[in-house]
Write a protein that binds this ligand. Structure first.
Ligand code: NAD
Length: 479
């Protein structure tokens, strides 16, 4: 099947197309997807600008109903959407369905937010004057997303944009356009006026960059790697007019295991955080920081647990770990395995390429031990099923090591000590802290985001999402 860009409510072919293949079985072509040109970005922006006045002025009830209808459809079709997602991205069927459900929940949450919009009437410090503080849409918002959460991340950016009356030009990742296409189609059919939501597929350097440069876009919300995000931020500031920008980027998330931890809780959280979704999560626990009293027991239990995991075709319901997303990411993972060995770390388990019935990008989850925090495998985001165990003496050293990173997205701790849990919650330099829970896996109704190189700009999700998708107006009225 062929999928076109969607501009102004119509199919737009762009310039040629690319095949999208299933990483669990590279013989399986999911479809061909149109490649947008910079001219298509111009058309998408023109369509969004034309639709903006009517959408800005739409009533909250209309926005609510459309988002609600889209949510209902996503939830009703969760199995089909989850399967499509697992097929194109390689996360397991259960994770794919879970992500589709997440997208439906996010749409429902922001349907509610559309109705909860409020302003403030504030007494002036001057007599006879009233001050009104209200929020207005930003305008046309450009949304650029990565491949690893191909329906949830688009949903958590598009839904608040629409709830607060913005028009959208959306560019999904090249590796996972199908889920994005399905989401846009559902939202448009739920009743969005033509041009309010436009989809342009294709290469980041071309299509994404054209959006960053485009004077008809007021703001860019981006999720992806630090290098890309940095370039986008610079482009947004250099553009005329300057654009508002929000970036969610990489992580090198620490998960601390203290001597007093419940071993099963620690191992489950570490395995989940490090290896589920094939380790391809910005919140993955890629650094396991373990105090010396529990270190050997923890490593032994991790090896047993990893050895028992079923790695295979994402669409097989028995599979617990799917393939790596593509050949390039697999090569990156293998390069880091070589770097780790070269740096003197011990590959305690895994790291081999696996053969399965179908040709795919299968990699055995890998656990390094004897890792120092200054090694590249402890400092750079690998974005694969590779975790590094760092041995430390005590809690104080664990906290220092946890915070000794350029990133600051999520940080976790396994402990039965209230004192250490509380101290860690207060002192971990991360946007999200998890106690006796995996570093990955978050709720949909509260803020999401990080510190340091992991995030830039206002938070996503929850009520704080409005900070990015609205601008504040302060009006002074003489009575
Ligand atoms: P990426 O940076 O390569 O690409 C992300 C998006 O940006 C894609 O749509 C891509 O086409 C586009 N892009 C690339 N170059 C561009 C340019 N010059 N101008 C505009 N757009 C451009 O990232 P990826 O490989 O798709 O995703 C993996 C990364 O995403 C990891 O670093 C991961 O940690 C991060 N991520 C972060 C979060 C978070 O919320 N913090 C969530 C998921 C993924």
């Amino acid at each position: 099947m062929h999928y076109d860009n969607i501009i102004g409510g119509d199919a737009a072919p762009g310039d040629g197309s690319v095949e999208n293949i299933n990483p669990s079985d590279t013989r399986d072509v999911i479809g061909t997807f149109a490649r947008a040109r910079p001219e298509d970005v111009d058309s998408a922006v023109a369509a969004a600008r034309a639709a903006l006045p009517r959408w800005c002025a739409s009533l909250p009830g209309e926005r609510h109903d459309i988002l609600r209808r889209a949510s209902d459809e996503v939830l009703a079709r969760k199995d089909e959407l989850g399967r499509a997602l697992a097929r194109e991205e390689g996360k397991t069927l259960a994770e794919g369905v879970g992500e589709a459900v997440r997208a439906g929940q996010v749409l429902a949450f922001f349907a509610g937010e559309a109705l909860r919009q409020a302003g403030e009437l504030v007494p002036s410090v001057r007599p006879g004057v009233e001050v009104a503080v209200t929020r207005e849409p930003v305008g046309v918002v450009g949304i650029v997303t990565p491949w690893n959460f191909p329906i949830a991340i688009p949903a958590w950016k598009i839904a608040p944009a629409l709830a607060w009356g913005n028009a959208v030009v959306f560019k999904p990742a090249e590796l996972a356009p199908h889920s994005a296409w399905l989401l846009v189609e559902i939202l448009n059919r739920a009743g969005l006026p033509d041009g309010v939501l436009n989809l342009v597929m294709g290469q980041g350097r071309q299509v994404g960059q054209a959006m960053v440069n485009h004077p008809g876009i007021e703001a860019i919300s981006f999720t992806g790697s630090v290098a890309t995000g940095r370039g986008i931020a610079a482009g947004c500031v250099a553009a005329t007019p300057m654009k508002k920008v929000q970036l969610e980027m990489g992580g090198k998330n620490p998960f601390v295991v203290l001597d007093d931890a419940d071993l099963d809780t620690a191992v489950e959280a570490a395995v989940h955080g490090a290896f589920f979704s094939t380790g391809q999560r910005c919140t993955a626990s890629s650094r396991l920081i373990v105090t010396e009293g529990i270190h050997d027991r923890f490593v032994a239990a991790m090896r047993d647990r990893i050895a028992a995991m079923r790695i295979g075709n994402a669409l097989d319901p028995e599979t617990q770990i799917g393939p790596v997303v593509d050949e390039r990411q697999l090569a990156t993972d293998e390069e880091y395995l070589a770097i780790g060995r070269g740096e003197g770390a011990t590959l305690a388990h895994g790291g081999r390429r696996l053969e399965r019935d179908a040709p795919g990008f299968y990699l055995e989850p890998a656990l390094f031990t004897e890792v120092r925090n200054d090694m590249r495998i402890a400092r750079e985001e690998i974005f694969g099923p590779v975790a590094a165990v760092i041995r430390v003496r005590n809690y104080e050293e664990a906290l220092d090591v946890a915070n000794d990173t350029e990133f600051g997205l999520s940080a976790g701790i396994a402990t039965t000590s209230l004192k250490h849990a509380t101290h860690f919650r207060r002192h971990a330099q991360a946007g999200m802290v998890m106690v006796n829970l995996p570093t990955a896996g978050v709720d949909y109704h509260v803020p999401f985001g990080g510190r340091k190189a992991s995030s830039y700009g206002p938070r996503e999700q929850g009520v704080l999402a409005r900070e990015f998708y609205t601008i504040v107006k302060t009006a002074y009225v003489a009575s």
